[in-house]
Design a protein around this ligand. Structure first.
Ligand SMILES: [Fe+2]
Ligand SMILES: [Fe+2]
Length: 259
């Protein structure tokens, strides 16, 4: 399961950089009250979340550059760059939380933008539409909904505040992705239309949940943002159904243009 927009290598595999330990020792009396194994589990969880958020920064910078190369509307490029700034805020907050449980600061590893081979404009628009639907429209909305559910459950104030911000931003990134997809459909003609139409009918409606650490009370973990917020997968299935319905209507509008 991926939360938010991942950074993909050219072969489609998801890529993130392992965070490194910083030099500052941190003390937080709320975190230090927790058992050692609980702190370790929470530190590992927030570290992974931070690493994924960090890779989203590069993903949005790469997206902005690709949109620019395609002469996309300036507003889409600008919003992608703003999304990168928001993702940077997310990793900072996640690493702050991880460091608080760990008792030591964390800093991100090094990530580069993926190398892009030259492609035809049509092939690039098709690739962008596929990635935008899967990684933006769906993954970002799912990340937003998961974060909102975790925020509702979290009793720790810093965790709660972090999740509220992430939830709002990821939903915003999903709206941006819908607008990018609309633009791809508007300018991409038949090939983009056919690919999106195919994806709408073949999109998976199931996802894998997260594995919670064994031997720790789930209530304590939930207080600090670590929980399976979609245990029966219905949140994901409902989201895919909504996206399908909504896209079905929009595809009708594009059919005549693409014909
Ligand atoms: Fe994010
Ligand atoms: Fe995002």
């Amino acid at each position: 399961m991926v939360e938010g927009r991942p950074l993909r290598r050219r072969n489609g595999r998801i890529h993130r950089a392992r965070a490194r330990l910083g030099h500052s020792h941190l003390t937080d009396r709320h975190a230090l009250k927790l058992r050692h194994d609980v702190r370790q589990a929470l530190a590992e969880y927030w570290r992974t979340q931070g690493e994924l958020e960090h890779s989203s920064v590069v993903a949005y910078q790469d997206l902005a550059r690709r949109l620019e190369m395609l002469d996309a509307p300036e507003s889409l490029v600008r919003r992608s760059l703003s999304a990168a700034v928001q993702e940077a805020d997310h990793w900072t907050r996640c690493f702050d939380l991880a460091g608080r449980y760990l008792g030591q600061s964390l800093r991100p590893g090094r990530l580069r933008r993926p190398m892009r081979l030259p492609r035809s404009r049509t092939a690039e628009l098709v690739a962008l539409a596929v990635e935008t639907l899967r990684d933006g429209v769906i993954n970002e909305a799912y990340a937003g909904r998961l974060a909102a559910a975790k925020a509702e459950r979290a009793t720790d104030q810093r965790v709660h505040d972090t999740l509220v911000i992430i939830a709002a931003d990821e939903l915003d990134h999903s709206s941006l992705s819908r607008d990018i997809l609309d633009w791809c459909l508007a300018v991409g003609g038949r090939p983009v239309y056919d690919m999106v139409n195919h994806m709408v009918t073949t999109m998976p409606t199931t996802t894998t949940g997260i594995a919670l650490p064994m031997g720790i009370q789930s209530r304590t973990l939930g207080d600090h943002g670590l929980l399976d917020a979609d245990p029966d997968g219905s949140m994901f299935a409902n989201l895919v159904a909504e996206v399908r319905d909504e896209l079905g209507v929009r595809l009708q509008g594009h059919r005549l243009d693409a014909a």
